[in-house]
Design a protein around this ligand. Structure first.
Ligand SMILES: Nc1nc2c(ncn2[C@@H]2O[C@H](COP(=O)(O)OP(=O)(O)OP(=O)(O)O)[C@@H](O)[C@H]2O)c(=O)[nH]1
Ligand SMILES: [Mg+2]
Length: 451
């Protein structure tokens, strides 16, 4: 895995928080310290780390956490902050399938331009484009030979002129040739070795001017860590960068620094290099990257669970219900809130998992509107003590609600069954420490502070 150490240490911090019975201020402070240590070891800029962890602390302390599943909420906070640091959304690939596309790779000596061109050409070829490469590098000995060898094994043509010493002439002449031959994606290599960096920049600017590429991609060595920022800044001042490829993330502990530094320049990171081989190129998607880093690949699932937790019925009612006190009034209140959120089934199953028979869940969902009408015709006294609803009261309710006896009976029947389920759950809760609780109940109780 890329950034293995960072991943491992953040994962450790997250596991620690998962294991705690209760999340309090101390737990959050400890998590924040662990995160700071992990990120600083990965060479992320101090200010960035402090900003990020401050945000986590503020949010985690301020939110009405009794309504949410606190642990998952905090993991999601960490996740969101890391994504922010890495530049947010993934960058779409700017290749126009109907046009001739020229992509220019720039970067300093040894950053991995030529290697990345091999990887990129393979990548676009696999997407069905007619790809060719071209080198304008007249500085590196054997540059044309190097790229030709690399792309030959992929069945990709390499343009260039090893006898020409003027990179601009090569750029103009060979690009024309390649596009005339019908290639629709031309990936162009540039020199990294130069006498001076200033000259390198000048040459790059001239090539950009004559080729007018669809996209200029800066290749940056990930082992630079946070120093990547000044390099990316310098290049982005000199030319209009479209994106960045951060290479060598497979072999560095400083990858977090390089990625966050590049993201800070506001130029999107489009790919990352994760090895020397031709397939070692990953499209960069901050969300899935952070998901893997945190050991929570299904972040969408986690987000949904947090949202579910946030729509929990009010805690007082749940506490009462878990003590086995479940009245028709409770049924009424819960039905209303469940209907509003449209997640009746989900909430029911969170309350007891497999304990609630499917048919009961389905009936409740199907009849929820009728039940609400019936409940409007039931007196407060009857709601508190449904046992008193006998024949004559039923008749009054049927007339008042316009519902047949069968629906009223069914509702009362369901109420009794649900009450039984609640009672069972309450008993299990008492035995909880020995016998264990169903996952839904366990989770819900914890989210209310483990009463
Ligand atoms: N481990 C690892 N090595 C890489 C990666 N990308 C490039 N390299 C290695 O980095 C070294 C330099 O790569 P090149 O592609 O030649 O770099 P360049 O930017 O073209 O260099 P110049 O042409 O000299 O400017 C080579 O040994 C590559 O194998 C990567 O993602 N991971
Ligand atoms: Mg090169």
């Amino acid at each position: 895995m890329v950034l293995e150490n960072l991943g491992r240490s953040i994962d450790k911090a997250i596991r620690k928080i998962r294991k705690l019975p209760k999340i309090d201020k101390d737990a959050i402070n400890a998590l924040v310290q662990d995160l700071q240590r992990s990120l600083l070891t990965s060479d992320v800029k101090v200010e960035l780390v402090l900003d990020m962890t401050e945000n986590i602390k503020k949010e985690a302390m301020n939110t009405a956490l009794q309504k949410a599943s606190r642990k998952e909420f905090i993991i999601k906070l960490v996740h969101d902050e890391l994504i922010k640091v890495l530049g947010g959304k993934p960058a779409p690939i700017r290749i126009n399938p109907k046009k001739k596309n020229v992509i220019l790779l720039v970067g300093i000596q040894g950053s991995g331009k030529t290697t990345s061109i091999g990887k990129l050409s393979q990548y676009y070829k696999s997407k069905g484009f007619k790809v060719a490469t071209l080198t304008t590098d007249t500085w590196r000995p054997g540059a044309f030979e190097q790229l030709t060898q690399l792309t030959k094994q992929l069945g990709i043509k390499c343009f260039g002129d090893p006898n020409e010493k003027n990179p601009l002439k090569i750029a103009i002449k060979e690009t024309k040739k390649a596009l005339n031959e019908g290639f629709d994606v031309l990936i162009v290599d540039t020199a990294g070795r130069h006498k001076e960096e200033k000259e390198l920049m000048e040459e790059m600017k001239k090539i950009v001017k004559v080729l007018k590429p669809n996209e200029v991609i800066l290749v940056i060595d990930g082992t630079l860590g946070q120093q990547a920022y000044s390099q990316a800044e310098e290049f982005s001042k000199a030319t209009n960068l479209g994106s960045i490829i951060v290479t060598k993330l497979d072999g560095t502990a400083k990858g977090g620094g390089a990625l966050s530094a590049c993201a800070a320049t506001n130029v999107p990171i489009r790919f990352i290099g994760v090895g020397e081989k031709i397939d070692d190129l990953d499209q960069f998607n901050p969300t899935s990257f952070v998901g893997t880093l945190l050991g929570v690949p299904d972040m969408q699932g986690l987000i949904e669970r947090v949202q579910e937790a946030e729509i929990m019925p009010d805690s007082e009612a749940v506490k009462r219900m878990l003590k086995g006190k479940f009245t028709l009034d409770d049924l009424c209140t819960q039905l209303k809130s469940f209907k509003k959120i449209g997640k009746f089934k989900q909430v029911l199953s969170m309350m007891g998992g497999g304990n609630i028979p499917d048919v009961l869940k389905e009936d409740a969902e199907k009849n929820i509107e009728k039940w609400e009408i019936i409940l409007n015709s039931i007196t407060p006294e009857e709601k508190l003590q449904p046992e008193i609803i006998k024949r004559s009261r039923k008749k009054r309710i049927a007339i008042g609600s316009g519902q047949p006896y069968s629906v009223i009976n069914k509702m009362l029947d369901q109420y009794r069954q649900m009450k039984k389920v609640m009672k069972n759950m309450a008993q299990m809760r008492k035995k909880g420490a020995k016998g264990g609780l169903p996952p839904g109940l366990d989770k819900m109780m914890k989210s209310f502070g483990g009463f």
